[in-house]
Each structure stands twice: as structure tokens, then as C-alpha cells.
Design a protein around this ligand. Structure first.
Ligand code: AMP
Length: 284
């Protein structure tokens, strides 16, 4: 039984649960507040704070985990990155008060105080640039620090930038791009490797299916070459003979962003019986 550390609350927890459920690894907890749960019988989940997950995995308390890349980098632990789950996207940025006159990193003078809960990444970033700043550790509400006079600039996470703007702050530069990642211990056992690869494939197949649809249509035989042009599919469309008729049934995987245009084209070509369904998992 492999143990997977998952965020117990916060921004990532709902999406992580949904992803595991969709992959057939339903989170079966004994109660709302349970700290552990069975994950489809194959794995056991432990629910901990997102920022503790890199430590738990690195120390062997869990074989793998899901958490933000920002937190993995901040932990400084040497972990194996198994996959980018592509949600929880955000950036760790340097921001300054609008009226501070700081437009770019070069405007930041030595001795400036930088408030952040990402003290390691902040220190490393400015040290690498040869800028001598003083890092002021805070554990939340970082945006308020410049207004309280406890720091001149901040390093904080943002996704749309709107919270920074509302607080009169301007983004100066990005330190890292983050999203939720599946991580594992570097030195996991060979038998764990195969199970983790199965897990990676399962989660990946759910993510790959999300922006795809399965399209079926009855196509007049004569327009099949034109339909092939608009329905490339994964390995080309599947074409099935419809008995005793002038139509063939065509099945294909289509990107969500092309579906509107594709249906209109198929209709214009005389296709009928067009069906579009969601795909739960996709393993090309
Ligand atoms: P939590 O503090 O438990 O809500 O989780 C925070 C994690 O969610 C961060 O470490 C990031 O990986 C991720 N995240 C995604 N978008 C944002 C955002 N706009 N602000 C802060 N964290 C975000």
C-alpha cells in the first residue's frame, strides 16, 4: 500500500480530490475530519497542510504527494517531480507599492526590506542577483506589510494580480511559475516505481481527456475525404460502414476549442446524427 500526501484544505484540496475521484481513486474517508482515507484500495491518502507535503514525502512519511510547486521549491528538499497537474496555477512575484517608484528589479536598493512567507526563495532570488535585501518573514496577508511600514516590497503568490492591485501594489518581476505537482521521494523502492507510474498514467489520462470530446456523425460516403480534413482524430477518424446505406459512421476525438467550428462544417457537408460526448479518460 503506497501512501500519498494530499492537501487537507485550502485552494488545492477540492481539485486534487476531484482529480483522484475521476481517475477511479475515490477518496473514501471514515468521516469529514478523517486524517487518512483509502484511495480506491490501491493507495492510502493522508491529509496534511499543503506546505508540509514536501517534508512528509522527503522524509518518507508518504511515498508521494500533491502540492504546489512553489511549496516544493521553498522546502529546498530534493524531490522527484512526477507530473504537472496543470491546476492551481500561480506565480511567485516581487511587488512594490504603486507610489514607491520601483518599476524594475534594478530599482531595488540594497537594504530594502522584503516581506514574504517564502523566505528561502526570496533570499535565494536576491542573493543570486547580488542584491542585499532584508527578508521579513510573515505567515499571511503579505500584501499589507508595505502599508504597515514593516517592509518596502513583498514577494507573494498571485494568479490574476487583482489582490495585488486592490492593495495598491505593482508587480515588478516573477520569481517562479507554479501549479499543482505530483511529487515522490527520490530514492523510492523499485516496487513503488511501477505503482507510481500507474498513478501518473491514471491522473494523466483524466487531465488529457478534460479538453477533448468524442464526436460521432453519420457521413455521406461522397464527402468522406472532406470530413477527414476536419476530423483528424488521435490516429485518424474511425470509419464504420453503416449497413445498406450511403452513409458511413465516423468517430473521432476532437479538441473542445474546435468543436463548435467542426460541427458547423460537418452539418454544411450534409452529415447527420451528430453526437458529442465527454471522455472520462484518454490514453493515446
Ligand atoms: P493554501 O494556502 O493551502 O490555500 O494553498 C496555497 C497553494 O495554492 C499555493 O502554495 C499555490 O501552490 C496554490 N495557489 C494557486 N493559486 C494561488 C493564488 N492565487 N494565491 C495563492 N496560492 C495559490
Amino acid at each position: 500500500m503506497l501512501r500519498i500526501a494530499l492537501p487537507n484544505k485550502g485552494r488545492l484540496s477540492d481539485e486534487v480530490r476531484e482529480l483522484f475521484n475521476d481517475a477511479g481513486l475515490e477518496v473514501r474517508a471514515r468521516g469529514e475530519r478523517a486524517l487518512t482515507a483509502s484511495l480506491g484500495g490501491e493507495f492510502e491518502a493522508i491529509f496534511v497542510r499543503a506546505q508540509d507535503i514536501p517534508e512528509f514525502v522527503a522524509d518518507g512519511a508518504a511515498d508521494a504527494g500533491v502540492t504546489g510547486w512553489d511549496l516544493v521549491c521553498e522546502s529546498g528538499r530534493d524531490l522527484e517531480l512526477l507530473m504537472d497537474l496543470e491546476f492551481g496555477k500561480c506565480r511567485l512575484v516581487v511587488a512594490a507599492r504603486e507610489e514607491s517608484g520601483i518599476q524594475k528589479l534594478e530599482d531595488i536598493q540594497d537594504g530594502v526590506r522584503v516581506a514574504s512567507s517564502f523566505t528561502r526563495l526570496t533570499q535565494e532570488f536576491f542573493t543570486r542577483r547580488g542584491q542585499k535585501v532584508t527578508v521579513v518573514p510573515v505567515s499571511g496577508a503579505t500584501e499589507i506589510a508595505p502599508h504597515l511600514g514593516i517592509a518596502d516590497i513583498i514577494v507573494d503568490l498571485t494568479s490574476t494580480g487583482s489582490t495585488l492591485k486592490v492593495n495598491g501594489l505593482r508587480e515588478v518581476d516573477t520569481i517562479i511559475q507554479s501549479s499543482a505537482r505530483l511529487i515522490a521521494r527520490k530514492d523510492h523502492l523499485p516496487e513503488a516505481s511501477a505503482r507510481l507510474e500507474d498513478l501518473r498514467q491514471a491522473l494523466g489520462s483524466v487531465l488529457a481527456a478534460r479538453d477533448k470530446r468524442y464526436l460521432m456523425a453519420n457521413v455521406p460516403r461522397g464527402v468522406l475525404p472532406a470530413v477527414r480534413e476536419v476530423l483528424p482524430g488521435l490516429n485518424g477518424p474511425t470509419v464504420v460502414d453503416v449497413q445498406g446505406g450511403d452513409f458511413v459512421a465516423v468517430h473521432s476525438v476532437v479538441s473542445v476549442r474546435n468543436i463548435y467550428r467542426t460541427i458547423n462544417t460537418l452539418r454544411a457537408l450534409g452529415c447527420v446524427g451528430i453526437l458529442v460526448t465527454r471522455i472520462e479518460r484518454l490514453m493515446p
